[in-house]
Design a protein around this ligand. Structure first.
Ligand SMILES: Nc1ncnc2c1ncn2[C@@H]1O[C@H](COP(=O)(O)OP(=O)(O)OP(=O)(O)O)[C@@H](O)[C@H]1O
Ligand SMILES: [Mg+2]
Length: 205
């Protein structure tokens, strides 16, 4: 096999992790796991051509997934690999028979054997957006802002795109952010209050 197409990491483990289609965004597909009802697998294709966001997200989690940074989801496994045939088949089969539109989901992954993929197993939020039933909206915004600020402090990256579908809450009321864009450290860092304003205005409609 051409060296540049060699799969890397624990990609075969993900054959056992990836379950059924769970949800999708503009750029990634979320699967349930076969083993753990409270964890999800996110899969992105780093070789899709319309922008660097999947590469950036994969770079970020590759560097930080195992550091247990407060404000990020707990991540139990990560893999960046060239796509193999068995993995491609598993990703396709996870969508077949689900409520997702098969073609729509496949267009998001837009995958060919040999493409570089990022995948990680993360905890599933009990509540998405500002929907925790026992916490005021103001307090929820505060906790999301604090999560973003912690991530910035721990990683040095400035977080953006802090809209409701990109974060959630655990049953115990702690917040974490599972999807975001980020800027390099050369960009001015945000204060805790600036994150508060961002989360508030992003949720404002
Ligand atoms: N850890 C998680 N816990 C619960 N739900 C999640 C989790 N990760 C993703 N989801 C669900 O899947 C949806 C899409 O996930 P995500 O935002 O990561 O995808 P994306 O393609 O990167 O999104 P975007 O369209 O913002 O680029 C989320 O809005 C959320 O409903
Ligand atoms: Mg998102």
């Amino acid at each position: 096999m051409d060296a540049q197409y060699e799969p890397t990491g624990r990609w075969a483990d993900f054959l056992h992790y990836i379950g059924e289609f769970y949800n999708m965004g503009e750029y990634g597909i979320i699967y349930s796991t076969k083993r753990w009802p409270k964890r999800l697998v996110k899969v992105v294709n780093c070789d899709i051509t319309d922008g660097p966001s999947n590469i950036k997200q994969t770079d970020f989690f590759e560097e930080f997934w195992s550091r247990e940074i407060s404000g990020l989801p707990f991540i139990s496994a990560f893999c960046r690999t060239k796509l193999t045939k068995p993995l491609k088949t598993r990703l396709e089969h996870g969508v077949v028979g689900s409520e997702a539109d098969y073609q729509e989901a496949m267009n998001i992954l837009d995958m060919e054997v040999g493409d570089e993929m990022g995948m990680w197993v993360m905890e599933k939020a009990a509540y998405i957006g500002l929907t925790h039933p026992h916490i005021t909206k103001k307090e929820m915004i505060k906790r999301v802002a604090q999560a973003a600020y912690n991530i910035e402090t721990e990683t040095g990256f400035v977080l953006t795109d802090l809209k409701e579908p990109n974060y959630g809450f655990r049953q115990d009321g702690s917040a974490f952010i599972f999807d975001f864009n980020y800027n390099t450290p050369s960009i001015k860092e945000f204060t805790l209050d600036e994150y508060y304003q961002q989360v508030k205005y992003a949720a404002w409609d």
